[in-house]
Design a protein around this ligand. Structure first.
Ligand code: HEC
Ligand code: HEC
Length: 551
């Protein structure tokens, strides 16, 4: 049996050989990511980028920030989807083996705030067709996204002028999600609309808690004042938003993992089991062929048999080369233990699952499947060692502990202020019970707070009612159970006859302005929708009710 130091020396040598074979820098702790000369890092831009990245007002519905899908304590990726909220995948059916555990974005909404039907998700939160890769260490990635489609040349999304001629894949990436009507935007939104909205918003208005350092920097200023400090003039534009967020992302790199001590020449930083795993990673496991160098990626695109090749053509969509069908970017493995579920489909829940996948040579085949993905013959002990290497050694404790630079404003959508439904609905035609869809934050001064309903009988007249007071337990009124106190102040929105096609498919939405009155802060109000859907003994069908907390 090899001694511990011999094992360590072997693994370390393999890494050096590997790093040099890749033509990369010699081992040493991970150097900071490259910075395009046209967008130098400044403290003001970094702070502004941090504010914007965590501001849910960047989305049309005020429900989704960049940080909603890129969760730092989960390694900068997204742990949120489950079987209940998956993307149906290429077959368009939920519950199949091709479902994708992507990221929940926004409900489908129109420019006037009205909710509209999404094919797969109806009025609910839509889910992306790929899982979010990490923003942490993304600043090193030459062409971001799983298929590398974010161009290193950054073009101003409003003027089409080239802003940065190279090294700016991050900036190019940032201008996509806010205009996506699945991730953050309303249908047909654009950067003029988004910039104008941000310019008129109070920075981080929705965050329930902001790190002291950032509050001190914001100092009660408006967005135009923050842009003034970062860019020298108060204009809020799409390009500047991208420049600021990219600057913030360039400080989000992790070079304090035990693996960095190994790179600095201290192999004793790993336990014997972790070292054994590192050895397997570099030899029998063949992992280092793709997960190479100090970031554990060579930034290439490979098809490794995670799913049938044509389910997502990946890199092919960018290059059009047949050899690129199904190829996805090799991700860095730093902080990977925090990032479950794994792969661009999110189909594997644990690192043990991943190692078992590689050990059986992947799950699907295609002519361009990488020849290094083949049965590995690893023993249970070797697999356990490999997993041990993927865990603690690659994790920067600052990420898991949310220490600077990974501290951040809290999100409203993760707070108790999120609308809460209560009570039960009353069934209409054919027994369908309509339900309320309420996700938006009820902050005072919100000019257009919107609540929707779905599952009603199409074609029936409908009323959405908001009340200052509720009736706990509800009362029977015209055959339906109502939870609103009809004796108190009521605001009513007539939604007219609901669109849809028959019982159970009627939907609609209504908006009200919430007065900008500080006295309302901390006071709840309530909403419920009533559908004029006559069935024996019942004059109205109704949704359950919802509590809306003003803040
Ligand atoms: C609704 C969830 C969601 C939101 C909101 C979101 N992202 Fe993402 N992000 C994703 C998904 C999914 C991908 C992968 C998409 C793909 O590859 O096609 C991604 C990819 C990325 C990448 C590429 C990382 C890499 O290694 O290739 C970066 C960087 C990133 N997002 C940053 C941001 C920023 C900045 C914002 C805000 C402007 C943002 N994201 C908003 C889900 C989201
Ligand atoms: C031929 C290149 C290649 C080899 C060899 C390889 N990988 Fe990967 N690895 C990839 C690619 C490409 C992905 C992304 C695949 C996807 O999502 O479709 C990936 C993804 C991963 C992930 C998931 C990361 C995440 O954020 O979802 C882990 C963990 C991983 N690899 C570990 C390993 C280990 C351990 C080995 C060795 C047993 C290995 N890889 C061998 C190319 C490779």
């Amino acid at each position: 049996m090899l001694s511990r130091s011999a094992l360590v020396a072997c693994a370390f040598l393999a890494l050096i050989v590997n790093v040099q074979a890749q033509g990369g820098p010699p081992p040493g702790p991970l150097p900071p990511p490259p910075v395009p000369p046209g967008n130098p890092i400044t403290a003001a831009k970094t702070n502004l980028g941090k504010v914007l990245f965590w501001d849910e007002q960047m989305s049309s519905t005020n429900t989704t920030a960049c940080g909603s899908c890129h969760v730092f304590e989960h390694g900068g990726s997204d742990p949120r989807t489950s079987n209940a909220t998956a993307h149906p995948g290429p077959d368009g059916l939920f519950g199949g083996a091709d479902d994708v555990f992507g990221s929940p974005g926004v409900p489908r909404t129109e420019a006037d705030g009205a909710y509209s039907l999404s094919t797969f998700f109806r009025l609910g939160t839509q889910v992306t067709g790929r899982k979010a890769p990490s923003v942490i260490n993304a600043a090193y990635v030459p062409t971001t996204f799983w298929d590398g489609r974010a161009n290193p040349t950054f073009v101003d999304p409003q003027t089409n002028q080239v802003v940065l001629p190279g090294g700016a894949s991050l900036e190019s990436q940032i201008v996509e999600p806010p205009v996506s009507d699945v991730e953050m935007g309303h249908v047909g939104t654009n950067w003029a609309t988004i910039s104008a909205k941000i310019a008129a918003s109070t920075p981080l208005r929705l965050s329930p808690s902001i790190p002291a350092q950032l509050t001190t920097w914001i100092a009660g200023r408006t967005y135009p004042q923050l842009f003034q400090e970062a860019f020298g003039s108060p204009d809020v534009t799409g390009a500047r938003i991208a420049l600021a967020i990219a600057t913030y992302e360039r400080v989000l790199f992790t070079n304090q993992a035990p693996f960095d001590q190994v790179l600095a020449g201290n192999p004793q930083a790993l336990t014997p089991q972790e070292n054994a795993g590192f050895q397997i990673f570099n030899t029998q496991g063949r992992c280092n062929i793709c997960h190479a160098g100090p970031r554990l990626t060579n930034d290439s695109f490979r098809y490794i048999g995670v799913r049938p090749q044509n389910d997502d053509l990946g890199r092919f969509n960018v290059t059009g080369n047949a050899a690129d069908r199904g190829r996805m970017k090799v991700p860095s493995l730093r902080n990977v233990e925090l990032r479950a579920p794994y792969f661009h489909t999110g189909r594997f829940g644990t690192l043990e699952d991943i190692v078992a996948f590689y050990n059986r040579g992947g799950d699907f085949n295609a002519p361009n499947k990488d020849p290094n993905i083949l049965p590995l013959g690893l023993s249970p002990q070797q697999r356990a060692d490999l997993v041990a290497f993927l865990r603690r050694p690659l994790t920067d404790p600052r990420v898991a502990n949310q220490q600077a630079p990974f501290d951040h404003p809290a999100l409203n959508q993760s707070s108790p202020r999120v609308p809460q439904t209560f009570g039960v609905g009353t069934a209409g035609t054919d027994g369908f019970v309509p339900h309320i869809v309420a996700v938006e934050p009820a902050y005072v001064g919100n000019p257009r707070f919107t609540v929707a309903l779905d599952g009603a009988c199409a074609g029936k007249g409908t009323i959405l009612a908001f009340s200052e007071t509720s009736v706990p337990g509800g009362v029977l009124f015209n055959g339906m159970r109502t939870y609103l106190d009809f004796g108190g102040p009521l605001t009513v929105r007539r939604l007219g006859q609901l669109p849809g096609a028959g019982p159970g498919t009627g939907f609609g939405s209504g908006s009200i302005a919430i007065p900008n009155d500080p006295l309302l802060i901390g006071r709840p109000f309530y909403a419920q929708a009533y559908v004029f859907d006559v069935t024996p003994g019942v004059r109205f069908a109704a949704t359950e009710a919802v509590t809306l907390m003003r803040f």
